[in-house]
Write a protein that binds this ligand. Structure first.
Ligand SMILES: [Fe+2]
Ligand SMILES: [Fe+2]
Length: 397
């Protein structure tokens, strides 16, 4: 592929000139400097990056099946239209089960909706015990908040957990990060990526570990991790595309955006069963069923947790406001998570228990300087990295 126009970073620095052939090493450089797309001179014979052609009849069938999943969205909106188009293409190539998630309710009587309503009070009064957060998270969050913390302090804290260090190094050495040389120690990662960024990443990984033990018979946590990771990957790439800094914080915000739902699945399986059975095509979304069954939503629970665990306010805001980004202190960042969640649902990448694609807040979309055309580049890019990151998170090679 040959560049059709000069490529510059967000500060206008020339990275590669027009007319140059693009090699794989350039893709990593573009990614590192937040370049979401470049213009290519198309060679005769078609685009070599294009995937296999899909039978038009298959596209039509998938598009028809997806319509009810998009019922809360306006398909005439340019961004929604592009997301829908990408979702149809993706789902046609890799079939996704369009049925809502099933919930294996635990044996015993289901709780009445009224019983759910005072749960949040009980949680706040500590009558119901929520997961004990590993002390490592408190230490890391303190380090993120401390302007005087040094790279050495952070590396030392993380290095105490060999499992965390190994996973973290595998992630930063993946193509998703695109560093040209291998990062072989946490100290080096902190030096190259930055102490706050590495701390945020370590917090995200450690937090996800807390919920890994939900039995598959109850809910498929691997599918949930898949949805969370899809949201994180999309958020990081969208942030770079929208010239938003703190891409790491957005990756972690995406990873943890539905943490409240993980708590509901793990600690309130009876209520979760009620919610899931009420949320189905033609009925309510799971988001609305949460309110009906529990009297609060997964985002409210996330606010309680993050306060208790002393998470950075900015990260907490991105998570707590991902269904209503305009309520956030920084609406553009919350809008990135909001949009990433919508795209992850649309593509059918993983499951969060929700069968409907959440409604796009079009005012929040307007705050992002991302064109619908950019989505057509960002979405395949995110899908490309997602598979490999899933393997890393699931402990594979
Ligand atoms: Fe959510
Ligand atoms: Fe979600």
């Amino acid at each position: 592929m040959i560049l059709a126009a000069d490529v510059t970073d967000t500060n206008g620095r020339l990275l590669l000139s027009r007319g140059q052939p693009i090699a794989s090493k350039h893709l990593n450089i573009f990614k590192m400097w937040g370049v979401p797309e470049v213009q290519i001179q198309h060679a005769e014979g078609g685009d070599p990056e294009a995937g296999p052609t899909v039978d038009p009849e298959a596209l039509r069938r998938v598009a028809q099946a997806l319509q009810p999943v998009f019922a809360d969205n306006d398909l005439a909106h340019p961004a929604v239209a592009e997301i829908f188009r990408q979702a149809v293409i993706h789902r046609s190539r890799r079939p996704v089960d369009p049925k809502p998630d099933r919930w294996a309710a635990p044996a015993g009587e289901a709780p009445s909706p009224a019983a759910g309503r005072d749960l949040r009070k009980k949680i706040r009064n500590r009558d119901i015990k929520l997961p004990e957060v590993p002390s490592l998270i408190f230490t890391l969050n303190d380090t993120i908040a401390d302007p005087f913390s040094s790279a050495d302090d952070i590396a030392q804290v993380i290095s105490k957990s060999p499992g965390l260090s190994a996973l973290l190094l595998r992630i930063v050495n993946s193509a998703f990060y695109g560093f040209p040389s291998r990062i072989d120690s946490v100290t080096r990662a902190v030096t190259i990526i930055g102490s706050k960024e590495v701390s945020a990443l370590a917090v995200g990984i450690t937090t996800m570990e807390i919920f890994k033990d939900i039995p598959k018979a109850v809910f498929d946590m691997q599918a949930f991790t898949h949805h969370s990771l899809a949201c994180g990957v999309l958020a990081r790439i969208l942030a770079a595309g929208g010239n938003i800094r703190n891409t790491e914080q957005l990756f972690v915000s995406g990873l943890l955006h539905d943490i409240g739902r993980m708590v509901i699945f793990k600690y309130f399986p009876g209520q979760a069963g009620l919610m899931m059975s009420g949320a189905s095509p033609g009925k309510s979304s799971l988001y609305d069923m949460e309110k009906a069954v529990l009297g609060f939503r997964h985002t409210d629970l996330a606010a309680d947790l993050f306060e208790k665990w002393k998470f950075p306010v900015a990260l907490s805001q991105n998570v707590v406001c991902h269904h209503r980004p305009l309520a956030a202190q920084d609406p553009a960042k919350a809008a990135i998570i909001h949009l990433s969640d919508i795209i992850a649902h649309s593509l059918g990448e993983g499951k969060s228990g929700e069968w409907r694609v959440p409604a796009l807040d079009t005012t929040a979309w307007d705050k992002l300087r991302i064109s619908p055309q950019t989505l057509s580049t960002i979405i395949p890019q995110a899908l490309h990295h997602l598979g490999f990151l899933m393997t890393i998170f699931n402990g594979g090679d």
